[in-house]
Design a protein around this ligand. Structure first.
Ligand code: ADP
Ligand code: MN
Ligand code: MN
Ligand code: MN
Length: 360
């Protein structure tokens, strides 16, 4: 792929492998990951005395919040509380990657810790067993800041051949995407599929169905692995909902949702009631459905308009789509197409359950 990618790390890949093959004794490495003030990911490593089997065995840790926009300089310790851990596909062995919540000095959740509230909500709604499936769309950029694989000084041909494309010139960066998929499987991320998207160098992976309390952890871990794999390829991942203006599709994070009620006989009626509730709270939802989402939800390029709630069976131009198969079966799940690619999944899962199950 021209010289848009390939990081310097490639030059040292064989050298690095000599060291990665060294036995590491009883010790293991735990990579603590957290979400920063810009919905970016940060991480740092600590050595543990041995393998662990439960998240409770992991220590609380901290970092300098003034360096990540998460605290003032004078009082800058932010605490990392482990939430979930996954096998580390980069270091392998018993090494792990840990998704953490952030807490302020006074013990309150950090402003950017949306997991805390999400967990409370999922506990309150546990008897309805909410499930989610998120479709994460994203765009790959080369080191030169242009979309990966796009011709220098020009544009690829118009959209059409790229969605689920096969063959040279129709699909870009398949090797990196394949690497990410395997990394997710190794880590135990509940990844359910991938596809090339409508705009060249835009891709999607799906995670789910996941129980409400796991959804955010699995999506953030899948994002972390993607960004790390892309780092090795020397390319970047954009979660911006409209990375390029013009006649190019934006990027979303469609949120598929079901509960005991929607999955049971007569579930279609429950889905319809939920959609009525969602309509009443359209603006509150849009508030947590990603920044710059107005650039994407224009009513064109397979979206509903941001200012107008709508729903329909098999409709890809609506806010909410009921899959055809669900309408035929009379039960199942529905898809909220409004969330942008840059959402915090904890916030989206939280408000979905609040609106459909916990509000009057
Ligand atoms: P689309 O046709 O919109 O592109 P995808 O196949 O990309 O759909 O994604 C569908 C998503 O729906 C998957 O993430 C899947 O896990 C999720 N899903 C399937 N069944 C359910 C369910 N009962 N509840 C919640 N999510 C579900
Ligand atoms: Mn999809
Ligand atoms: Mn898609
Ligand atoms: Mn979809």
């Amino acid at each position: 792929m021209a010289n848009q990618g390939l990081s310097p790390a490639h030059a040292h890949a064989n050298l690095l492998q000599r060291y990665m093959d060294l036995p590491q004794g009883d010790k293991i490495q735990a990579e603590y990951v957290w979400i920063d003030a810009d919905s970016g990911l940060r991480s740092k490593t600590t050595t543990l005395d041995g393998p662990i089997t439960s998240v409770d065995e992991l220590k609380e840790w901290n970092f300098d919040g003034s360096s990540t926009g998460q605290a003032e300089g004078g009082n800058s310790d932010v605490f990392l509380r482990p939430g979930a851990f996954f096998p580390d596909p980069f270091r392998r062995g018993n090494n792990i990657i840990v998704i953490c919540e952030t807490y302020n000095n006074d013990g309150t959740p950090n402003k950017f810790n949306h997991r805390y509230s999400c967990m409370k909500t999922m506990e309150a709604a546990a008897k309805e067993d909410p499930w989610f499936g998120l479709e994460q769309e994203y765009t790959i950029f080369g080191a030169d800041g242009r979309p990966y694989g796009w011709p220098v000084g020009g544009f690829p041909g118009p959209q059409g051949p790229y969605y689920c494309g096969v063959g040279a010139g129709k699909v870009y960066a398949r090797d990196m995407i394949e690497a990410h998929y395997r990394a997710c499987l190794y880590a135990g991320v509940n990844i359910s599929g991938i596809n090339a998207e409508v705009m060249p160098s835009q891709w999607e992976f799906q995670v789910g169905p996941c129980k409400g309390k796991d959804m955010g952890d699995h999506l953030w871990m899948a994002r972390y692995l993607l960004i790390r794999v892309a780092e090795e390829w020397g390319v970047t991942v954009s979660l911006h909902p409209k990375p390029l203006s013009g006649d190019w599709n934006g990027a979303g994070c469609h949120t598929n949702y079901s509960t005991n009620g929607t999955r049971a006989e007569g579930g279609m009626k429950v889905i319809e009631e939920m959609i009525k509730k969602l309509e009443k709270r359209h603006l509150q939802h849009i508030e947590v459905y990603g920044s710059d989402n107005d650039l994407r939800l224009t009513g064109r390029h397979e979206t509903g308009h941001i200012g107008q709630f709508s729903s329909g069976v098999a409709s890809r131009g609506a806010s909410i789509r009921i899959p055809k198969s669900v309408a035929i079966e009379g039960k199942g799940y529905f898809e909220d197409r409004r969330p942008a690619s840059n959402i915090d999944p904890y916030q989206v899962c939280d408000i979905m359950v609040q609106t459909t199950l916990l509000s009057a």
